[in-house]
Write a protein that binds this ligand. Structure first.
Ligand SMILES: [Zn+2]
Length: 138
């Protein structure tokens, strides 16, 4: 369906790798910002890892979102490298719109399937289940 020619493949991989770098930079910024804030609050010797007793919801959300983006990006890169496929929905096999790919280049599902997946995850979370994606902080 959406098999890429070698030149297109290079371009897609470059875009995705750049996005991956951006995400890493953003993660570092978020965590550096948190450390700085702790410092300002007087926790001079406390490392970020040492303060789970005062969870910062914004920070957790940010890191969690960035980690997710990062994983998606890695998955998309792996998929392009191994199969040369890009822009095909993992779930229904349909084509992912160019618009969606421009906004999130690492999208693995089309808009419809993504919405269905998120809806299902919300329901799972609502029941108190935690999905097995491993801990945020290792
Ligand atoms: Zn789909």
């Amino acid at each position: 369906m959406a098999k890429l020619k070698d030149t297109a493949k290079e371009m897609v991989l470059n875009t995705l790798r750049k996005k991956l770098d951006d995400t890493l930079v953003a993660m570092n910024l978020v965590s550096a910002g948190a450390k700085m804030r702790l410092k300002q609050e007087g926790h001079k010797t406390m490392a970020l890892e040492d303060v789970p007793s005062t969870p910062d919801m914004d920070l957790t959300r940010n890191i969690s979102r960035l980690t997710k983006t990062w994983k998606e990006m890695e998955e998309a890169i792996r998929r392009v490298e191994e199969t040369g496929e890009y822009g095909t929905c993992l779930t229904c096999g349909g084509e992912i719109s160019g618009e969606r790919l421009r906004i999130s280049p690492a999208a693995l599902n089309c808009t419809d399937c993504q919405a269905a997946i998120e809806e299902r995850q919300k329901r799972i979370k609502g029941r108190g289940h935690v999905e097995g994606n491993g801990p945020l902080y290792v």
